[in-house]
Design a protein around this ligand. Structure first.
Ligand SMILES: Cc1cc2nc3c(=O)[nH]c(=O)nc-3n(C[C@H](O)[C@H](O)[C@H](O)COP(=O)(O)OP(=O)(O)OC[C@H]3O[C@@H](n4cnc5c(N)ncnc54)[C@H](O)[C@@H]3O)c2cc1C
Length: 306
């Protein structure tokens, strides 16, 4: 456990090649064809997907445009091949840090392109983007787009207020804990406080009639959500669970067997490093993975298969 925590701090110093090998489970691959292959497999297992085109350090408007184009291509393939996947977009990947309007234009084009064939989830990034992201969502809804949803993070103290402020829109929300470590003034640091905020936000969203993607691998929260859903008589189509590709797949399989909808967040692209680091930093057994990888490289004949 101590070793795991120490390694999390050291991860940025781990060679990229090692990070890549041990994070393969979290990424579909570099190309759209890789994402299509994974989505087809997931659909075959009775799971839905949402695809994320990796790319966070956008330097100019052309790069943001290229990411938007990659999403368009993904939507077109899913439509053509009748695959059950929507898309998840990061505002910074669509140019938010270059300017609100750059992002807004790219996002609205995507949502328009997706209309009639797909749904666009706006991911939530660090707290410096929360206001702009919610504004983007509100403006798209005000412009008449209803194939769009957003994410709220239980880690943030403001989240229940955000649920209340958005209630009149009956928003389609993905609720997660939130990956970004925020300042203690604005975010809960205590594990149980984040859980409690998650449950409260979920209850208020369901009270308001929202469709919720319950995005967690935390068994306690999965149980709470199932219990609440049963109490309210929510059926299979009324909500969904969401998990990340490569994280606790057996738990996801069990949800599917129980008859729940499960959507798997499926990232692909050449810009895999930042996303992989975040996933590895959350992996409670990271030391074991790094050690196994190192062992496999040092001992001839071992190929690191996992
Ligand atoms: C579909 C989906 C979409 C998301 N979208 C966003 C978003 O838009 N913005 C945002 O800030 N965050 C997002 N997240 C990330 C989320 O906020 C959490 O960081 C992440 O899901 C871990 O939290 P948890 O609820 O699973 O609870 P945790 O307490 O972190 O994890 C519960 C258990 O799951 C297992 N686990 C969790 N992560 C890993 C891992 N990487 N490798 C191996 N085991 C692991 C461990 O056994 C752990 O004990 C998303 C998560 C999901 C599932």
């Amino acid at each position: 456990m101590l070793l795991d925590r120490a390694l999390v701090r050291l991860l940025p110093a781990v060679p990229k090649l090692v990070v890549r090998r041990i994070s393969e489970r979290y990424i579909a691959g570099e190309e759209l064809a890789d994402a299509v292959r994974v989505v087809r497999r997931l659909n075959g297992e009775g799971k839905l997907a949402t695809v994320d085109v990796l790319g966070e350090e956008i330097a100019n408007a052309d790069e943001a445009r290229a990411i938007a184009d990659a999403y368009r291509d993904a939507l077109d393939v899913f439509d053509r091949e009748q695959l059950d996947s929507n898309i998840s977009v990061k505002p910074t990947a669509l140019g938010l840090k270059l300017g609100y309007d750059v992002c807004r234009e790219n996002l609205e084009e995507l949502v328009t392109h997706a209309a009639g064939r797909g749904f666009v989830r706006i991911d939530m990034e660090d707290a410096s983007t929360t206001d702009d992201t919610l504004r983007l969502y509100r403006e798209l809804r005000a412009a008449g787009h209803d194939n769009v949803g957003v994410v709220l993070q239980a880690r943030l103290k403001r989240t229940v207020e955000d649920v209340r402020a958005l209630a009149e829109l009956k928003p389609n929300i993905r609720l997660c804990k939130g990956i970004y470590l925020e300042r203690p003034e604005i975010a809960y640091r205590d594990y149980d406080a984040v859980r409690a905020n998650f449950v409260q936000a979920l209850e208020e969203l369901w009270n308001g009639g929202s469709y919720v993607g319950v995005a967690t691998h935390d068994e306690y929260l999965l149980e709470q959500a199932q219990r609440e859903a049963a109490l309210r008589g929510l059926g299979r189509e009324d909500f969904e669970f969401q998990m990340l590709l490569g994280v606790r797949p057996a738990l996801g399989d069990a949800l599917v067997r129980q008859g729940h909808q499960l959507r798997i967040y499926t990232p692909f692209g050449r810009d895999w490093y930042e996303y992989s680091l975040r996933r590895l930093q959350e992996n409670p057994r990271i030391a074991g993975y790094v050690a196994t990888d190192t062992f496999n490289r040092l001992v001839p004949g071992r190929n690191g298969s996992r």
